[in-house]
Design a protein around this ligand. Structure first.
Ligand SMILES: Cc1cc2nc3c(=O)[nH]c(=O)nc-3n(C[C@H](O)[C@H](O)[C@H](O)COP(=O)(O)OP(=O)(O)OC[C@H]3O[C@@H](n4cnc5c(N)ncnc54)[C@H](O)[C@@H]3O)c2cc1C
Length: 385
């Protein structure tokens, strides 16, 4: 396969304009406030809307800008350079919206997508439950049809951004009490303020700006037209969006990891011990060389996957590899960055500790490293059960 990662002039302009907007709003102080208070990055979200970033990945007939997978990955990488949570705010809305585009009815596309693109609503995703993590098909939250409504009962956990203002939860639930999960789940769009819903924010090590929530559903009634597409097809809808979601996460990890290397590098050039910059010690210089090489390797895997997906090829292997490698590279780099910064890396006034905390989640979320390895090994013809 020829490898050509060249970007068009428009794509270079897109990168420049996203970077300029981020430099203006997502200053180091802003990133720290969002993490430490913690608070939702609302000002930044408004800027996404203003710049048309939420319209970018949607096709023109539904009011989008007709952007490509590559455009989406460019935006994701830039957001990651500031904070993985900022990408979470953007990306979760986009891939849930794309799910409606691909799997919803015409009426659902017309109702939901304009509101999402112009910032009137946000979207979060609720798959995980206390008893259903990596084994998402084991979910028990139930949806029972009652006339023109569905009645939902159960509990979700780790629903990132669920508490954001005007958020719509993309909820996967069992719409058939029995049967294989491939034929028993449906996807519902549920306003987070619907009576019967209780949200509880979890106290997490990192990724604190958006927050991740437990969501309890107690006889929650949602109108029948809130079921996306057709009943009992939720599993297929969920899988249809996973590749883009994982590509987005991998693009974000590359941006995050580069930011952590940049911090460590600047520190190594400035910090002096034994009369010289610590970056002139070979052990530190080589560590930084390895860290930058790992970032480039993450980016190469990610861009290869992005171009494959863009060309409509089966990109499952490439995306899983990019997600696996990118997350582990970011976690290692944040750890090494702390070592380079010595005691200062460990205090809250310096930003490496946020990378260290945020990076720790990357090998767990969007499919753990073990699950990625299972998948890759499976594609290599190995059974790992
Ligand atoms: C910050 C954060 C944000 C999140 N956001 C969301 C969200 O917005 N929406 C949502 O639905 N979920 C979200 N999640 C949940 C996330 O997807 C799950 O945590 C993840 O899928 C793992 O599930 P679990 O935590 O139950 O771990 P488990 O599945 O219990 O896994 C525990 C350990 O066992 C390993 N393991 C499990 N099964 C296998 C196997 N077959 N082979 C080998 N090893 C295995 C895992 O790799 C892991 O190391 C989020 C989680 C976090 C931490």
């Amino acid at each position: 396969m020829p490898i050509d990662f060249s970007f068009t002039e428009e794509q270079n302009l897109l990168r420049d304009s996203v970077r300029a907007m981020l430099d203006r709003i997502a200053t180091p102080e802003y990133i720290r406030r969002c993490d430490q208070e913690p608070r939702y990055p609302s000002e930044l979200y408004d800027a996404f809307v203003e710049l048309g970033l939420l319209r970018m990945p949607f096709p023109e007939p539904v009011g989008g800008l007709g952007g490509s997978v590559i455009d989406f990955a460019i935006i994701a990488e830039e957001l990651g350079r500031k904070s993985y949570d900022f990408l979470g705010a953007y990306g979760t809305c986009v891939f849930n919206g794309l799910n409606i585009l691909h799997n919803g009815t015409e009426a659902q596309r017309r109702y939901w997508l304009p509101q999402l693109m112009d910032g009137r609503i946000k979207m979060s995703i609720s798959m995980t439950e206390p008893g259903a993590g990596s084994d998402a098909g084991a979910m028990r939250t139930s949806a029972r049809r009652d006339g023109e409504h569905w009645v939902i009962n159960g509990q979700k956990v780790f629903s990132t951004g669920a508490g954001a203002e005007r958020n719509v939860i993309n909820l996967y639930a069992r719409s058939k009490p029995e049967g294989p999960h491939q034929e028993s789940l449906s996807l519902f769009l549920v306003d987070k303020d619907t009576p019967g819903i209780t949200l509880r924010k979890l106290d997490t090590l990192g990724r604190r700006a958006l927050g991740t929530y437990e969501v309890f559903f107690d006889d929650v009634r949602v109108p029948a037209d809130r079921l996306v597409g057709e009943p009992h097809k939720g599993w297929a809808y969920m899988l249809s969006g996973l590749q883009l979601e994982r590509l987005m996460t991998a693009a974000g990890y590359s941006g995050c990891a580069q930011a952590a290397v940049d911090l460590a590098l600047a520190y190594a050039k400035e910090r002096r011990q034994f009369g010289r910059p610590i970056g002139s010690f070979q052990s530190i210089a080589h560590l930084l060389a390895d860290m930058q090489t790992a970032v480039e390797a993450s980016r190469m895997l990610m861009w290869r996957a992005a171009f494959q997906l863009e060309r409509g090829e089966d990109a499952l292997m490439a995306i899983s590899q990019a997600k696996l490698f990118g997350s582990e590279a970011y976690a290692n780099i944040a750890n090494q960055g702390m070592q380079i910064m010595g005691g200062y890396g460990y205090i809250m006034e310096f930003d490496m500790q946020r990378h260290y905390r945020d990076a720790r989640a990357t090998t767990i979320t969007a499919g753990t490293s073990q699950m990625q390895r299972n998948l890759i090994a499976g594609l290599m013809g190995l059974k790992t059960k």
